[in-house]
Design a protein around this ligand. Sequence first.
Ligand SMILES: [Fe+2]
Length: 398
Amino acid sequence: MAEIDKKYNIRPFIDPPLSNSDTEKVTLAAIDLSLFKEGDEYREQRKALANQLEKSITTYGFFNLINFGISNEEIEHIRAIAQSVLTLPDEVKLNYLASAATKEQESSRSVGGERGQGFKPKGYWAIKNGVRDSIDHYNFRDTYLDSFTERKNQHPEVVAHYLKDIAKYYNKIQREILPKILRLCDLILEVPEGTIEKNYFPNLGTNSDDSASHGRFMMYHPYANQTKSNKTDSTFLRGHSDISAITFITSQPILALQIKDYFDGGWKYVQHRQNSLIVNIGDAMEFISGGYFKAVLHRVIEPPEDQREFKRLVIIHFCNPSSSADLDPENLKSPKLETLGHTKQDKLKNWEKIKFHHWNYVKGSLLGRSEAGDRNLLQFFGRTIERWHHFQGTSLSD
Ligand SMILES: [Fe+2]
């Protein structure tokens, strides 16, 4: 093991210390998943957890998950692998570009360079005023299928070597953690536990999963100089909401992720919580809950001065519903949503009937549209959104 680790230069990713900055931060609620216990006798305990979750996901749309069944060692192992993958030489990266990270494929605007399997090299996106992005990422598709670990030739050698570990990490989220969160959502919506999974995630945990859920290793490099930082208004990744149902991100100490504060509309840094995941509601879950759960705008900004020189590494899992899932709450028959008016007769009057793949395609195809401003309000399928990656453009040549 030690020898193989040496071969692939697998070593711990070292985070910097916490920032001393007194900039305003949001401390997310900590949902302790070890309190989620099976059986009728624990229903009240699950209900209490659901009440806590409800306060977070109907406002900030973000929360911290703690004691979620993946050890710190496992996460550090995945981060160490990610570090080796994302620091491979450019000539290796160019052999494994994400599906649309080439100019020809980009024009089709199907699965963007942001989402296909493989590398999105640093500098692929134009952020602002001629400055290119400073982010490396590597995407994994179909981590939940048995065949994932067999397709070694699709990846660089180091990824191929660790495919089983990578699959194990993502499958724990997809098959063990996600179903529990969905059941807490059932309790919030006052429907029998299992209702959301049955109706919107029918193949979860099976080899017929068609959700297009995907994983991502992501490394933010500091901007090379102050001019670049100034030209982008210190932005690394502009405001957006996720297409997913629920997104899981490893928490780390660099202050960079900001969310739009539900209560005052300001951008606030998310405070790091040791050994936690940052979890957020995406568009799909907002729609499934009829707009009751919030897919909140978030962005990545340059860290405070004392953390500005460090690389920031995160491991992400975007969990989606089934491609054919209806993106509205009708199948739920939720008494809670009836009472609150999140219904076809009331707040959802203009909503067209759509399935997840419609939304995934339409919003995905807008990734990188150049005419997007800081606050684009758009109407799609009767839903108003201001929530998509708005870069100035994706062309490799500009
Ligand atoms: Fe996001």
